[in-house]
Structures are given as structure tokens and as C-alpha cells.
Design a protein around this ligand. Structure first.
Ligand SMILES: Cc1ncc(COP(=O)(O)O)c(C=O)c1O
Length: 347
């Protein structure tokens, strides 16, 4: 399949990551994380997020989110999130099924919770007939490609903590947020009061690297048993650890994310002057959301795979990856222009 704009999950693996996996493919190592590779990676997570950070490698982002929710909540608890949150829309009810918790989704104009909008769901504390709000979950970048600033994250953490709750961040694309905000991973998580983080790398050049990172040690009790119960404990864990080592220790996360964010800006710029392509959210990370006449996007889908994001509103999502090139964008925009001209009956 040619390189397109369907998802940053459609791209392959950074060569540095494959090399790291190959280099670790020697001799034997103890399983389930009890090896030197994992110890080195765990130290890197502490260097990156702070001395108290504890990483749990998992197979996928859904697993990271569910494990973090399980760390924060029991089955009578509830998690406040944006209506568009991955945990609410794209995890097939895994958080509810595995943890028994309720999600309390909030409508947002741009994928972002605010203290005021989150607060609308913070009621019923102590009332045994209501699920008890226990956590706020945000994604950075959001599923709509928008960003929370450090102040906005801090304000949500303050709100959560003032109510005896926790703040979870879904960072499936945390690198894209960090380079866009010009800050370190630690500044946008631990230092803002985030209690636990889903830290992903798969969308940014890893083969299969996701993790739940507990930043508040109070949440760490018994998590290793719960990861196993959730079937997310990997036996040959060294091959996960070395992916993160290549990612964090060599600056690969930054190089890849800077590139995909830059490509999203290039794509955005290339749409200027195309009246039929209306960009509907600020482009702050590596995705571009566009409203298009239906005839145009269905025709363009004959040339390229991409998702209808909101069919009722004719909004589609175009996503750039670490391997997107300027030529890919030029060809894509040319195809778009051709499909628009066809739809107008000029071809
Ligand atoms: C915001 C967000 N969180 C989590 C995930 C991880 O999902 P998966 O379980 O497919 O790895 C994704 C993947 O698309 C995502 O976009």
C-alpha cells in the first residue's frame, strides 16, 4: 500500500528501532522484565519522568489506558473524559469491561476538557447510588489534534486533586505534543501533577511499544499483578525495552515527532486556497481535520485510504507520520485538486 494519510499507525518502524531489536537478539535473557535491557529502560523512564516514575510495558495503547484506569479506580468509580476520548470511542468498552468503572463523557468543541466542563460531572460524592468520580482523563495531543498547554494540564490536575481524584493522561502521541509545546516529557506530566500516563511510541516509529507510567507512587500498589491479570505482561520483554531505549536515549522520539508535525503544517499550508477543503480544528500536532464535499472525499478514497471522521458532518482525518515526505503531500494535494475539479464537472 502506498504511503498515505490514514494513520500514523500505518507507517512502518524506524530503522534505529529494528537495529536495537536485532542487537538484543543474542544469547538468553530472563523473561518478564527481569533482565538488564529492562533495567536500563526503567532507569531511562526515571531519568525522563522523575525518580519516582514506574513503567509497565504493555502491548497496546488500550492496555496502557485500561491498566492506568485500574490503578486509579475500583468498579464503583467513574472517569471524566472528553466525549471524543479514545477510551470512550475507540476501545470497544475495554475500560468498562475490565475495570467495571463508568466513563462520564463531556462534550467539547475541540477535544479538550476544561476545569469548568469537567466540573459539570463532579457530583454525587458520597452518594452510594452514583458512581463516584475518581479520575479525570485527558489525551495530549487530543484525538482532534489539539493541545493542552502546561497551565491547562496543571489546572485540571489541581481540580482533580482538590476533589480527592487523580489525573490520567493518554499520551499515545506524547512526543508530538512535547515537540509542539517545546517542553520536556517531565514538564508536561509529572511537573503538572499528572498521576499516571499512557506513554506510546508505536505511532512514532516503534514496532510495538506502549506503556503505563505511574507518576504518583500511591497508585503503584499491586499493579504488577493487575497487568498480568489483564494479559498485558510480555514474556520476551527485552524486545520492548530496547525499543524504548532507542526511542528515549537517542532523541529518536523528537526527530520523528518534529518531522510528522512539520509535515502536518506543510499539508495545512498546501490546502490554502482550496475553498472546498475547510480545516476544522487548529493543526497543533500531526493531524489535519478537513470538511470536504462528500463527492470529493469518497472519490479521493479511491486514490488513498483515510478515515471518515464525522460522516454526518463530512469531516475526514488526515494524519502525517514520521516517514511522510513532502512529495507524498504534493501528490496527495494534486489528487485532491483533481477530485474537486471532477466533482465540479470540469474534467
Ligand atoms: C489517543 C489514543 N490513545 C490510545 C491509542 C492506542 O490504541 P491501541 O490500543 O490501538 O494501541 C490510540 C490509537 O489510535 C490513540 O489515538
Amino acid at each position: 500500500m502506498k504511503r498515505g494519510f490514514g494513520s500514523d499507525n500505518h507507517s512502518g518502524v524506524s530503522p534505529e528501532v529494528l537495529e536495537a531489536i536485532a542487537a538484543a537478539n543474542t544469547d538468553h535473557a530472563l523473561a518478564y522484565g527481569d533482565d538488564e535491557y529492562c533495567r536500563r529502560a526503567e532507569q531511562l523512564f526515571r531519568d525522563t519522568f522523575g525518580p519516582e516514575a514506574k513503567v509497565y510495558f504493555v502491548f497496546n495503547g488500550t492496555g496502557a489506558n485500561v491498566l492506568n484506569i485500574d490503578a486509579m479506580c475500583r468498579s464503583h468509580h467513574a472517569v471524566v473524559c472528553a466525549e471524543t476520548a479514545h477510551i470512550n470511542v475507540d476501545e470497544c468498552g475495554a475500560p468498562q469491561r475490565v475495570t467495571g468503572c463508568r466513563l462520564l463523557p463531556v462534550d467539547t468543541p475541540d477535544g479538550k476538557l476544561t476545569p469548568a466542563s469537567a466540573e459539570t460531572r463532579l457530583h454525587g460524592f458520597g452518594f452510594e447510588h452514583h458512581s463516584q468520580p475518581r479520575a479525570i482523563s485527558i489525551s495530549n495531543p487530543t484525538e482532534l489534534g489539539t493541545l493542552y498547554t502546561l497551565d491547562e494540564i496543571g489546572a485540571l490536575a489541581d481540580l482533580a486533586h482538590s476533589r480527592g481524584m487523580y489525573l490520567h493522561m493518554d499520551g499515545a502521541r506524547l512526543a508530538n505534543a512535547a515537540v509542539a509545546l517545546g517542553c520536556s516529557f517531565r514538564q508536561m506530566t509529572t511537573d503538572c501533577g499528572v498521576d499516571c500516563l499512557s506513554f506510546g511510541g508505536t505511532k512514532n516509529g516503534l514496532l510495538m511499544g506502549e506503556s503505563a507510567v505511574v507518576l504518583n507512587p500511591a497508585l503503584d500498589a499491586e499493579l504488577k499483578y493487575r497487568r498480568k491479570q489483564m494479559t498485558q505482561l510480555c514474556s520476551k520483554m527485552r524486545f520492548m525495552a530496547v525499543q524504548f531505549e532507542a526511542y528515549l536515549a537517542t532523541g529518536l522520539w523528537r526527530r520523528n515527532a518534529e518531522h510528522s508535525n512539520r509535515m502536518a503544517q506543510l499539508l495545512l499550508g498546501s490546502l490554502e486556497g482550496i475553498a472546498e477543503a475547510e480545516v476544522v480544528y487548529p493543526v497543533q500536532a500531526n493531524s489535519v481535520f478537513v470538511r470536504l464535499p462528500r463527492k470529493v472525499w469518497t472519490a479521493l478514497q479511491e486514490d488513498y485510504f483515510f478515515y471518515d471522521w464525522d460522516e454526518a458532518d463530512n469531516v475526514v482525518r488526515w494524519m502525517c507520520s514520521f516517514d511522510t515526505t513532502a512529495d507524498d503531500i504534493a501528490r496527495f494535494v494534486e489528487a485532491l485538486r483533481r477530485r474537486i475539479a471532477e466533482a465540479k464537472g470540469r474534467i
